[in-house]
Design a protein around this ligand. Structure first.
Ligand code: TMP
Length: 254
């Protein structure tokens, strides 16, 4: 029944060959994992919402000149993206202490940081995504110093823009993780934002109550997980018109 070739399956998404060379179809699953897949679950409707949220944020970022892999949303769970060579670095940008930062440095969750902090992690599940420095990245050849200059500049611009965008809808962008890829055009290479931006890979807190509206609700068994993803979409003004009944999306993904 499979109509197209699967290129890659990750924990939350599947990549299929796209309709034209140099394109891929990115399919968003409802599967959720945490703690390097030691914890597994399903967040009903997450794939549909993350597809929309990522579409929305990548489109807004393109409008301010950030290059991304995003081309267009195809349907409830799929978007067309440019095929890029993923740089195996998870770039985390933090505005407020939380999660592993709080644990590592003994800073209470919720404490604002004096300035945004950018961290790099080596994308490798077997090793548990260890934190790495620029030295590790260049020594292992995962990226060059020039690549890292571009990545740092893009990450800070993305953070400044998204921080303001979320603030405008009553959400504090505590931290988030992004990935970049290399896009080749003849001999020329450009670094572009890839993967996704969604409540799976960001911490989003209500500005007034600090209530968590992201995957920490799943990681920490806080309940109301689906509702949190829905609320983020609602605040961004992109909650599917049909309401929660529309969130299941098509049963098949082929
Ligand atoms: P951390 O505090 O656990 O290091 O997470 C920092 C941010 O990165 C947070 O917004 C969640 C996101 N993140 C991912 O997207 N994938 C991961 O595997 C981890 C550990 C964190």
């Amino acid at each position: 029944m499979s109509r197209r070739r699967q290129v890659y399956e990750g924990k939350a998404k599947i990549l299929f060959e796209g309709p034209e060379p140099g394109t891929l179809v990115q399919y968003f699953k409802d599967d959720a994992t945490a703690f390097n897949a030691k914890k597994k679950g399903i967040i009903t409707g997450k794939g549909v919402l993350n597809n929309r949220i990522s579409e929305y944020l990548m489109t807004r970022l393109e409008e301010i000149g950030i290059p991304t892999h995003f081309i267009r949303r195809l349907n409830m769970r799929e978007q067309l993206v440019r095929e890029v060579e993923i740089i195996p670095i998870e770039v985390v940008i933090r505005n407020v202490a939380a999660g592993s930062f709080s644990e590592r440095f003994g800073v209470p969750e919720g404490q604002a940081l004096p300035r945004s902090v950018v961290e790099y992690y080596y994308k490798n599940d077997q090793l548990g995504d260890p934190m790495v420095s620029e030295e590790h990245i260049t020594a292992f050849g995962w990226a060059t110093t020039q690549d890292l200059d571009d990545i740092m500049a893009l990450a800070l611009r993305i953070n400044d823009f998204l921080y303001g965008l979320f603030l405008g809808v009553g959400v504090k962008l505590v931290d988030f993780k992004i990935e970049f890829g290399r896009l080749w055009n003849e001999e020329e290479m450009r670094i572009v934002l890839a993967d996704e931006i969604s409540p799976d890979c960001a911490r989003l807190w209500d500005i007034k109550t600090n209530e968590k509206m992201d995957k920490d609700r799943f990681r920490r068994d806080l309940g109301k997980v689906e509702e949190a993803y829905q609320e983020v979409a609602r605040r961004l003004g992109i909650f599917p018109e049909g309401g929660p009944r529309d969130l299941k999306g098509p049963a098949t993904m082929q």
